[in-house]
Design a protein around this ligand. Structure first.
Ligand code: PEP
Length: 263
């Protein structure tokens, strides 16, 4: 169902009226985790001012340590919905278990399946029936074939509004948090008709790498980017070192505008 062999034309997925697909580069930005209404609105305003058209923000956070901030849950979803009301930006947020799909779908415009859950088959089937678009991150240990098969699980339940997201894979390299597999962009686009975006924040894990990785993604043909921003990264409850501040994001947006003008 997701293969280009059976569906040669590339797909555009609509997220609350915002297109993700060929002929456009969609910027999604927002805080890694929703912390407070003020922090979420400030991050959304930063994102919007730089040209982002979709707001990201985690309410259910899949953390490596059970002692780390796990997110605000439903309260976080309400903050995201309130922020959408103020800014008009559609919202993408992660769902970590099949039982939460219904409630997350009630608040969000797009459901994110994170790297750790890429092969959580009951979750994939549940989002396949949720009636909302899905952002499917590549598993950090998954091959491109496994990633596309995970998308197939969603599609099989009737949902073809899937956006693939390359977010870096585990390699022997320790200088970056993950290794951005830039070749996954053209390879996945050749094998599948689904849009492919890149997360330069979670792949590098470092603020200084977000700009070069974003540029690389766009040149490789990515249909969009998903970027962490925070009004006060040093106080962030999750992944502060990779979050951009307002000026960084504006530099990035400016650089991408230049790049896309020549493509
Ligand atoms: C995220 O986007 O908030 C996230 C946790 O990403 P990943 O699943 O890629 O680690």
């Amino acid at each position: 169902l997701v293969s280009r062999e059976h569906h040669p034309a590339r797909t555009t997925v609509q997220v609350g009226g915002v297109p993700i697909g060929p002929h456009t580069v969609t910027m999604i930005a927002g805080p890694c985790a929703v912390e407070t209404p003020e922090q979420t609105l400030a991050a959304a305003r930063m994102a919007q001012a730089a040209g982002a058209t979709i707001l990201r923000g985690g309410a259910f956070k899949p953390r490596t340590s059970p002692y780390a901030f796990q997110g605000l849950g439903i309260h976080g979803l309400r903050i995201l919905a309130d922020t959408r009301k103020i800014t008009g930006m559609p919202v993408v947020t992660e769902v970590v278990g099949p039982r939460d799909v219904e409630v997350v779908a009630n608040y969000a415009d797009m459901l994110q399946v994170g790297t750790r859950n890429m092969q959580n088959f009951p979750l994939l089937q549940a989002v396949g029936e949720c009636g909302k678009p899905v952002l499917l991150k590549r598993g950090m240990n998954a091959t491109i074939e496994e990633w596309l098969m995970a998308a197939e699980y969603i599609a099989q339940r009737g949902n073809l509004d899937i956006v693939l997201c390359e977010r870096g894979i585990r390699t022997f390299e320790t200088a970056t948090r993950n290794t951005l597999d830039i070749s996954a962009v053209p390879v996945a686009q050749r094998l599948s008709h689904l849009p492919v975006i890149v997360d330069p924040s979670h792949s590098g894990g470092r603020r200084d790498l977000v700009l070069p990785l974003s540029r690389a993604a766009i040149v490789a043909g990515a249909d969009g980017l998903i970027i962490d921003v925070h009004p006060q990264p040093e106080a962030a409850l999750c992944d502060g070192p990779q979050a951009l501040v307002k000026e960084d994001l504006q530099t990035l947006a400016h650089s991408l505008r230049h790049l896309t003008a020549f493509m």
